[in-house]
Design a protein around this ligand. Structure first.
Ligand code: HEM
Length: 491
């Protein structure tokens, strides 16, 4: 067996950290030209073997847990932020149970309730918050502007706390909880991932916020128990009723830490995705108009008003669906999926082989990396890969329609408004695949869809200047700041 080719670099330990950190998708594309679909690069002392393409996705997402493990890679980032004994600070079988516990509270019935709450939060935000001054008081010809990522980060945390996090958290948002969230969030960066503990204020604040937030959730649980816990029917109350297979109930500190994990998992992913949707719509007023017309046709009532959205409606809005799908294709918030290699693993010869009678082996101690963000933008797989074209998902005869059909058919669950394949070998995997697959997809689709619908009903938007580039230096792929969208009230 041979080792995969190593990407050339000048500085030994540092390796290709700069090129990878700056623009991983571009870095992978240029490495593929030189080395093919499988290569190793050095990242701050680690050896990372990248496997590109749908087969590369399959190799990492479909890998056996005994051979490739997520916790060894992610724990240094997540454990100080989420807290102990959950997600990547416990055996993988325990994480699988924890994911199931959360899933039981993400039901269609709950989604039916959530949709109106999201609409209500966005409406209140636009009615009251300063960036929407023109919306509140201006005429239909006057333009205002809002900072897209900042606004969407706020809307996302407000809507997630109102729905998933529960009433007490939503009510505490203006009373200190938001500050705790920010301190915690500033400890959720690539720096904190690479160096788990440094004597710097951001680390102290992270640890302090983690403790205080845990206490916050513990306090809520205690209060609920003093009253009648059955009065509540949300994610936390459902976690309080669960038991592990071995019969032990879920300890309170684990519930608190899972609630933090959910908050963090859903925040940047959703807020950056919604930001990109709004940016593309502002950049393409023609498509925004089609989306608006879809809302009018579906929800319009007399007097130019709209009736309430229901969860069922969300499954019947093809343009909205295509707009979100296409945005997630181009701007998947998570660009690198990594696993630690626990024992030497051969690369299948169908993915890459140095010669007919030889295979590559990735040695124990390496990290393997798949990048759906790369396969979703690969010109070999997508026509006009770098063009945002929601139509590719609506096209009934073209390649995309065929691809979509395949994704939908291989999907083993009814995602309703949600979408894609559960298979590990797809080129389109914004929510991952396999045992670590996202459990928040349906909620995220609901949240993004409802925020965008409510906003598009109220305002027209435009974008001036060059379209923002992705910022890969934060944890999730956000639009490079500052970045403002122009808007005016609809007639
Ligand atoms: C896992 C993407 C929203 C909770 C994942 C993974 C991806 C992903 C790619 C797989 C990670 C890996 O294999 O290493 C997204 C995107 C979102 C989103 C694009 C929004 C647009 C959410 C939300 C929640 C959530 C709203 C919570 C309600 C989780 C959890 C996992 C996960 C618990 C499992 C982690 C594991 O098993 O290792 N997500 N996510 N996500 N996501 Fe999401």
């Amino acid at each position: 067996p041979s080792l995969p080719p190593v990407v050339f670099h000048w500085i030994p330990w540092f390796g290709s950290a700069a090129q990878y950190g700056q623009d991983p998708v571009e870095f992978f594309a240029s490495c593929r030209e030189k080395y093919g679909n499988v290569f190793t690069f050095v990242l701050l002392g680690k050896r990372v073997t990248v496997t590109l393409g749908p087969k590369g996705n399959d190799f990492v997402f479909g890998g056996k847990h005994t051979v490739v493990a997520a916790e060894e890679v992610y724990s240094s980032l997540t454990t100080p932020v989420f807290g102990s004994d959950v997600v990547y600070d416990c055996p993988n079988e325990v994480l699988m149970e924890q994911k199931k516990f959360v899933k039981v509270s993400l039901t269609t019935d709950k989604f039916r309730e959530y949709i109106g709450m999201v609409d209500d939060e966005v409406t209140q935000y636009m009615d009251n918050e300063p960036p929407f001054r023109v919306f509140q008081t201006g005429s239909t010809t006057e333009w205002g502007s809002f900072s897209v990522y900042k606004t969407l980060a706020e809307m996302t945390i407000l809507t997630a706390s109102r729905t998933l996090q529960g009433k007490e958290i939503r009510d505490s948002m203006s009373k200190g909880f938001a500050d705790l969230y920010h301190d915690l969030d500033h400890g959720f960066t690539p720096l904190h991932w690479m160096f788990t503990n440094l004597p710097l204020p951001s680390y102290w604040k992270r640890d302090d916020a983690q403790r205080k937030m845990t206490d916050f959730y513990l306090g809520i649980m205690n209060k609920r128990r003093e009253g009648n816990p059955d009065d509540y029917d949300d994610v936390m109350s459902s976690l309080m009723r669960q038991t592990y297979r071995d019969g032990r109930s879920v300890p309170d500190h684990e519930i608190a830490h899972m609630m933090i994990a959910l908050l963090m998992a859903g925040q940047h992913t959703s807020s950056s995705s919604t930001s990109w949707v709004l940016l593309h719509l502002a950049d393409r007023p023609d498509i925004a108009e089609l989306l608006y017309q879809e809302q009018v046709e579906h929800f319009g009532i007399s007097g130019g008003d709209f009736r309430e959205m229901t969860y069922e409606d969300m499954k019947d809005l093809p343009i909205l669906d295509a707009v979100i799908r296409e945005t997630l294709r181009m701007h998947s918030p998570i660009h690198s999926i990594m696993r630690y290699v626990r024992s030497d693993i051969p690369i299948p010869s169908s993915l890459a082989a140095p010669s007919e009678d030889n295979v590559y082996v990735v040695p124990k101690g390496y990290t393997v990396l798949a990048s759906p963000a790369h396969s979703q933008l690969d010109p070999l797989l997508w026509k006009d890969a770098n063009v945002w074209d929601p139509n590719r998902w609506l096209d009934k005869v073209g390649f995309a329609a065929q691809a979509r059909k395949e994704y939908d058919e291989s999907s083993q669950v009814d995602f309703g408004f949600g979408l894609v394949s559960k298979g590990t070998g797809s080129p389109y995997l914004p929510f991952g695949a396999g045992r670590h697959r996202c459990i928040g997809e349906q909620f995220a689709m609901l949240q993004i869809g409802a925020i965008v619908s409510t906003m598009v009903r109220k305002v027209e938007t435009r974008f001036e200047g060059p379209f923002p580039k992705p910022d890969y230096t934060s944890m999730m792929v956000t639009p490079l700041q500052p970045c403002d969208i122009l808007y005016r009230r609809r007639k």
